[in-house]
Design a protein. Structure first.
Lengths: 163, 70
């Protein structure tokens, strides 16, 4: 296997690692914040305590996975500086197009998410005279990050997937 | 305007030259999946890359690429 091929596969696996690590980390944290904020499970209950610990463990584990893969990705990028030919080959026109399509997809997904959040604030209040799903401000920021990273990296992996 | 796409004979020329997709990719400076995408008509290469591929096969451009659906 040539070095270009090896590096290409390595990058793909790293991006998958970042996708899963970041996805689990942010999703777990966000869902749990939502559960606590909306009082779905009483914060003084035993169940809340147990699930809290489990979620905490999942978050720390996925943070470690994300850091591990991010560092490997950074090392991979750094190693490419020494070899401009391989760097150019690994950033060929098809991959640049795939990244462009992925950024475009992520942009529209984030805009759609904001439209949903906006409608969630207004529609229930106007039509049903009650509050929509309550989402804390911190969670909205996390949600934006989650949706942007997952849709961008996921779309890139999808567009560059072979049949 | 008619719906046209870029067809190619890369597979034929690769076989003639006894080259794998990976070897051809290395020679023109792209990743192997890119050659696979071009071969299967899923990606239209730039003029520069198409000319590089034709040069590797030592044939004129039109012998490797052609317009489909015209």
């Amino acid at each position: 296997m040539s070095q270009i091929e090896r590096m290409n596969r390595f990058r793909k696996n790293l991006l998958k690692g970042i996708l899963w690590g970041f996805g689990i980390w942010t999703a777990a944290q966000m869902i749990w914040t939502g559960v606590a904020f909306n009082g779905i499970i009483s914060q003084t209950s035993y169940v809340f305590e147990i699930i809290s610990r489990f979620i905490q463990f999942a978050v720390y584990a996925s943070i470690l996975v994300t850091i591990f893969f991010s560092l490997k990705y950074w090392r991979y990028k750094w190693s490419l500086r020494k070899d401009p030919q391989i760097r150019l080959a690994l950033d060929d026109e098809r991959l640049r197009l795939s990244w462009f399509k992925a950024y475009r997809f992520a942009f529209f997904i984030v805009v759609s998410m904001y439209i949903f959040l906006f409608l969630n604030d207004w529609i229930p209040a106007i039509v049903f005279h009650k509050q929509g799903i309550s989402i804390p401000q911190d969670t909205q920021t996390q949600l934006t990050l989650l949706v942007a990273v997952l849709s961008c990296v996921g779309a890139f992996l999808h567009y560059s997937r072979e049949e | 305007m008619e719906d046209v796409s870029l067809g190619n004979y890369i597979k034929v020329h690769r076989a003639r030259k006894n080259l794998t997709q990976e070897e051809l990719a290395g020679l023109v400076g792209v990743t192997r999946p890119t050659i696979n995408f071009i071969e299967n008509g899923r990606f239209v290469p730039s003029t520069l890359l198409a000319l590089k591929i034709a040069r590797i096969f030592e044939v004129p451009f039109e012998e490797v690429f052609f317009l489909e659906g015209m």
